[in-house]
Design a binder for this molecule. Structure first.
Ligand code: WT7
Length: 652
């Protein structure tokens, strides 16, 4: 029996220093860690001064475990910080958003335009009776009005609850009910995979349930035939366009609610993660400045996340707009009309900072290098990753094929609950290692602990915890204070447990190992899914892998792997390939991690935000009926996998 909370199996000795020019020009320099360590609260106060406060705070933090308040007594307006300020200070002509619709339609929106649009929307919302503290559900495609709607709510001190446009009527209804929203903002539909899809019918369906929704404000995006109930439905262009483009905003308390965002729990009832204003904006703005090294005059910044996720909140709307960024937003999917679409957009807009997810990077690897190689990607100078552990091989591919060995990579670890980036390299400081998120940001305290909550020390694996309150931390689970305590603050005394496994390598760099619920127990060794998956992806023929622990009479659990081959590789390489892969894993990280079974599949089951749903694969591996798969991006995937297995068992 091993006594480790998590085995530390993989080893990595490649490191990459930023170039001297990057180091010299970086927004964050190496002394920033010391500055934050010396006086953490003074450090966060300094960051809070990035914002415009109508009234300064009189207390930095009030910490009554597990409830925090930041910048108490301060007053500010989120929308003013994103917009008015830039216009007042002479930056009104700067482009805020280049929008590219999937069909190829475009819009260029300056800060002055955006301010006027947000003011109109805020005036319209006010006319509909929306006021401070109200909740507004936003169910939209990735179009500028989605950001405008969020900012209009914030301007009035109302809270938005953005529900990702890919969610069903049922999910929308439960979120509307839980937050008790009184208004829904939506669109007739949007464009995806070359065709219009409808959104409004899902809202109609949801509102058959019991809610307090009084109006539905509908943006006309596709022009498709849309049922309208004139007793509550209102076209955005009819109500918003006629409003005044001026709106004098009020300044709200630092702890005024800014938004609720539901985590797409795969089984349990979704949690309404609740965020407030001053602390959240402080950390969003600081991290966006320091981690993405934004040079406002020069950079074209592109975060590919949908506005329905926290990444879209913090790194499309609030962080970048506060910092005066010029960004690209794109409505559609990466393979429409071709698998080179995103690369063509990078070339067209001269994108210099790209922030995306490992799922997309691995999909690009699977499609093959010919697509990125067709476009000129030389404008890129910094690459970011978020959402899942990035396998070292995918990291290297990102660096070489997309970044042309010329861009630092920031692998950023954080959560809906943390509100902003917590663990990440600083691009002009850190010598990065492929696959590691490296180190807690200045002002953040993270530790890796064992089952008893004791720090594990270098070279060991365990549980990732956050030991001190941070400005953008969630303030609670909406309406469920007990659930908040139990979920995040009960596993280890006095600290926040993130639910992730992690290890510290011999130099103390942090490696995320995946969710602890997914950890496999093989003959008493607790093995992370991430390390075995990364070992598989390090083989030339593999683009993507998902592993699960399946019941095993001999070893407790056996490792079962599902793999996707890289573009151009014949899939029917059969038993020889399976043997080679098993040996490869044994060689990379040790015989204990050798998969019992390896299956070549065409797709993996993923959530709409791109996370692999290992729970469903466990059902397949244990020959059970596959459980609830309603949150899958593509519901057919599980059928294909199960059918494929019946014909091609590859156990040896
Ligand atoms: C979970 C949070 C934060 C925005 C997107 C996801 C995983 C996130 C990383 C990373 C390894 C990561 C964790 C975390 N995760 N970033 N860089 N390396 N794992 O937000 O949906 O709230 O998910 O995503 O497991 O707990 P989310």
């Amino acid at each position: 029996m091993s006594s480790e909370s998590f085995e530390n199996l993989s080893y990595e000795d490649r490191t990459f220093l930023p170039s001297q020019t990057f180091i010299d020009n970086a927004n964050a320099k190496s002394d920033i860690y010391k500055e934050a360590d010396t006086d953490r609260l003074a450090f966060w106060e300094k960051q809070a001064n990035r914002l415009h406060w109508n009234q300064k705070w009189n207390q930095v933090v009030d910490w009554q475990l597990p409830f925090a308040k930041w910048f108490i007594g301060g007053k500010l307006n989120a929308s003013y910080n994103c917009l008015d300020r830039h216009v007042i200070e002479g930056r009104g002509d700067r482009v805020a958003f280049y929008f590219e619709g999937e069909p190829g339609d475009t819009q260029t929106i300056t800060y002055a335009d955006l301010l006027s649009k947000v003011c109109k929307a805020a005036n319209a919302l006010k006319e509909l009776g929306i006021k401070q503290g109200d909740r507004v559900a936003i169910y939209m495609p990735m179009i500028p009005e989605a950001a405008i709607a969020m900012l209009a709510c914030a301007r009035l001190g109302a809270m938005h609850s953005v529900v990702f446009g890919g969610f069903s009527a049922d999910s929308l209804l439960s979120r509307i009910q839980d937050a008790d929203a009184s208004l829904v903002i939506t669109a007739d539909g949007g464009f995806r995979k070359g065709a219009p899809f409808a959104l409004k019918p899902a809202v109609d369906e949801a509102l058959k349930g019991e809610t307090n929704v009084k109006n539905v404000l509908v943006v006309k995006r596709t022009g498709q035939e849309t049922k309208f109930d004139t007793s509550k439905d209102i076209w955005w262009h009819e109500l918003v366009d006629k409003q005044s483009g001026k709106h004098e905003c009020e300044f709200f308390d630092s702890e005024n609610g800014l938004f609720i965002l539901y985590t797409s729990g795969t089984t349990a009832k979704p949690k309404g993660v609740y965020h407030t204003t001053g602390g959240y904006l402080t950390q969003a703005a600081f991290t966006h400045h320091a981690v993405f090294d934004l040079k406002t005059e020069k950079d074209i910044y592109w975060c590919t996340a949908d506005i329905g996720w926290i990444t879209g909140h913090s790194y499309v709307v609030y962080g970048p707009l506060i910092n005066g960024a010029t960004q690209l937003i794109y409505e559609g999917t990466p393979d429409t009309p071709s698998k080179g679409r995103l690369f063509e957009l990078i070339e067209k807009y001269k994108v210099s900072i790209l922030y995306t997810a490992p799922t997309l990077i691995r999909t690009w690897m699977k499609w093959g290098d010919e697509y990125p190689n067709k476009s000129n990607l030389s404008s890129l100078r910094l690459l970011g990753s978020v959402g899942e552990p990035i396998n070292p091989e995918a990291w290297m591919w990102y660096r070489e094929v997309i970044g042309k060995n010329n861009c630092p990579i920031v692998d950023t670890w954080w959560q809906t609950e943390t509100g902003a980036i917590m663990i990440s390299p600083l691009p002009g400081v850190t010598a990065t290692k492929p696959g590691s998120a490296m180190k807690a940001l200045p002002g953040i305290s993270a530790e890796v602990v064992d089952d008893e909550g004791k720090a594990v020390g270098n070279g060991r694996g365990g549980y990732l915890v956050l030991t001190k309150p941070w400005p953008s931390m969630m303030r609670g689970v909406w309406n469920e204070p007990i659930r908040y305590k139990e979920t995040y603050w009960s596993r280890f005394e006095g600290v926040y447990f993130a639910g992730d496994g992690a290890k510290l390598d011999k130099d103390g760099a942090i490696w995320l190992l995946g969710r602890v619920d997914d950890v496999m127990n093989v003959s008493g060794h607790r093995i992370s899914t991430t390390e075995v998956e990364s070992a598989l992806v390090s083989h030339d023929v593999i683009a993507e892998a998902a592993v699960v622990g399946a019941k095993d009479e001999m070893t407790g659990q056996g490792i079962v792997a599902f793999v996707i081959l890289r573009g151009g590789i014949e899939s029917a390489t059969g038993d020889a390939l399976v043997k080679e892969l098993r040996d490869h894993v044994a060689k990379q990280i040790g015989p204990i991690a050798k998969p019992r079974q390896i299956m070549v599949v065409a797709e993996l089951p993923k959530t709409r935000s791109g996370k692999i749903m290992r729970r469903l694969l466990r059902d397949v591996a244990e020959n059970r009926v596959v459980g609830d798969s309603t949150t899958l991006a593509d519901p057919n995937v599980m059928k294909l996998i199960s059918e494929g297995l019946k014909t091609g068992k590859s156990e040896d």
